[in-house]
Ligand binder design. Sequence first.
Ligand SMILES: Nc1nc2c(ncn2[C@@H]2O[C@H](COP(=O)(O)OP(=O)(O)OP(=O)(O)O)[C@@H](O)[C@H]2O)c(=O)[nH]1
Ligand SMILES: [Mg+2]
Length: 316
Amino acid sequence: MTGAEIGARLRERDLTAAPAALNLLENRSPERRDEIAALLAEVAPGRLGGEAGAHVVGVTGPPGAGKSTLLSALARAWRAAGRTVAVLAVDPTSRRSGGALLGDRARIDADPADRGLFIRSTAAGERLGGLAPATRTAAQALSAAFDVVVIETVGVGQSETEVAEAADTVAVVVQPGSGDVLQFLKAGIMEVPDVLVVTKTDLGAVAQRARRDLHAALRSLGERDVPVVAVSSVPPVAGIDELVAALDAHRAGLDLPRARTRARRLGALADFTAEHGERGLRALGGRRETRAWLSEQDPGLDEAALLRALEARASA
Ligand SMILES: Nc1nc2c(ncn2[C@@H]2O[C@H](COP(=O)(O)OP(=O)(O)OP(=O)(O)O)[C@@H](O)[C@H]2O)c(=O)[nH]1
Ligand SMILES: [Mg+2]
């Protein structure tokens, strides 16, 4: 199947094209570049006649906070509501082993026979603490076919900034009793997420305290509208419907075309810098100049097309 064929199938919301799309997008060899570009062109907003319909949700937080278990519960709720779901889990540990072990970081319970739920674990690649370059474009491609696309990343501090650039809604997952997120929030090291989730409320008082502390920190930052949702992802499961509603409410309040256009432009800039370094950036007149130039480009262009435009400009 060619890149264009895979892209066309995604555009027609054929979920069975998802594995082939990921296989192609994760293949970073230069000879596949045109295929990848062809795939992305098929699902570009210019081709779709508007932004892809999925809700792209970033789920991030410290190791072991309960992200994957939460996603198992969330995926069940979304599927029960008839929504199709793709989960892209970024595995930072496989940098050393050189390849992602399927489902390693994800550890998401799912019915293997369910065609409406697609789960993929990807190695983080060369990028430290960030998104695998393939993950961002995979999220964009799958957005044409699925109702919900989740990007799960591990980390606190730097990682949610990159996720925020790729996702419509960012949820940061906090484990009760671990102070990192609270301290990072208070110190302004961490960007305030769209939704905060306290996991493991089945543990009782410690979870309630975590929720109160986060509320207090948000108040002191003047961010009293950010919801803090307490969940238990293991029986007795609790708070999942409330979390689904909080995520939906955030998405409903977004200027989606504006957010997505910004994401594609920042993504193209990140791709360009990853491939051509600071030196390439200087050839474009610097980062600020390049962002200004990107902001004048056609909002219907996909990330790969924007990257090609940057490269053409750099070599002009
Ligand atoms: N009691 C309780 N344990 C939970 C809950 N959610 C997750 N856990 C446990 O917490 C541990 C870590 O859960 P994961 O879902 O793998 O956490 P994660 O954030 O995805 O971890 P990494 O991907 O390794 O960063 C596991 O042992 C889970 O069983 C919960 O709601 N209650
Ligand atoms: Mg996980």
